[in-house]
Design a protein around this ligand. Sequence first.
Ligand code: F6P
Length: 357
Amino acid sequence: MKRIGMLTSGGDCQALNAAMRGVVKSLTNAEQNVEIYGFLDGYKGLIYGNFRMLTRRDFSGILTKGGTILGSSRTPFKLMREPDENGLDKVEAMKQNYYKLKLDCLVILGGNGTHKTANLLREEGLNVITLPKTIDNDLWGTDMTFGFQSAVNIATEAIDCIHTTAASHGRVFIVEVMGHKVGFLTLNAGIAGGADIILIPEIPYDIDKVVDAIEERHSKGSKFTILAVAEGAISKEDAKLSKKELKEKMKNNPYPSVSYEVADQIKKRTSYDVRVTVPGHTQRGGSPCPYDRVFASRLGSEAGKLILEGKYGFMVGIKNREIIRVPLEEVAGKLKTVAPDASIVQEAKMLGISFGD
Ligand code: F6P
C-alpha cells in the first residue's frame, strides 16, 4: 500500500495535469493499493489540511487539459517560517498533516519558489519528489521544464499575428513576452516568430542600439520592425544600479511595464508609429503542446518509478533528452538563466537579430 500526497504550487502552466496523470498511471499500473491525497491550491492545502481523496479515474481524460485539477497558489518561501495571521506554524502544520495521513511521500509540482519549500520539507524529514513546471524554463538542474514549449508556441503565435498587421501599417511593434527574470521564452519565441530585435534580462540593452537597429532595417527598405521584449528586460543603465537603487527609481516609473518604456523611448527618438502588445497570461493557458504532453508524461512515469523504489529527495528532470534524477538540495535556490554567449544567442545574431547590446 502506498499513500501519496500531491500538490501543484506557484503560477500554473500547461501539462500540470498531464504530469500528475503520468505519476498516477505509472503507480497504479504497478501497484493495486495506492491512496492519493490531492492537496488543494498548493502548499495552502497541505498547511490547512485541505485535500481531496482521488482515484485513478480522476486522472483520466486530463492529458490535454490546461491548468491544474488541484488548483494552485503562491505561498512565498520567505513567509513559510513566519506564522500565519492566527499564529499557526506553517512548516509544523505541513509536517503534522503529512504524518496524520501516514503519507509515504509528497509529489510536488512547481517552479523555483516551490522547490525551495520542497527542499525545506525534505530537510525536515519528509519524503519528497518534485517535478519541474514553469513556462519560464528557469529551473536549475534540468534542460527543460514542462509548460515552456507550450508557452513558446503561444508567444510565437502572438508574434506571427503581429507580423501581418505590422507589415500592413509599417509600424514598429513590441510584443512583451513573459519569463519573469530570465529570457528563455522571449529568445525562443522571438527567433521562431522572426523578431528583428530581442531584448532579454541577461543581455541589458542600450536604447540607442535598439533605435540604430530599427533605422538600419528601414534604411534597407523594411517598413516595419518587430521587437520581442522580455517582461524582465533591463537597460544597461538600470543593470548597473544596486537592487535598492533600482527599487527607488522604479517608484517614480510611470510605465506599466518595460515595453511601454522602450516604446516611449523609440517614439522620442524616431518618427515611427510604435505599438505594444502584451499576450500576458494567455502564454500559460490552454492545452499543452504535444512536446509537453510527452515530456510531462515521461517525468510523471519516472516519479512513479522512484516512489515504487522508495527513493526520495529528487527532482525528476531531463538532460540531453534523457530523464534524470537530480538531488533536491542541488536544485533549490538556484536560477537557470540564458548565458549571454550561448550558441543560440550567437546564432541569432548571425541571423541579423539585434539584442540591443
Ligand atoms: O513564473 C511564471 C510566470 O508566468 C512568469 O512568467 C510571470 O512573471 C509570473 O509567473 C506572473 O505571475 P502571476 O501569475 O502571479 O501574475
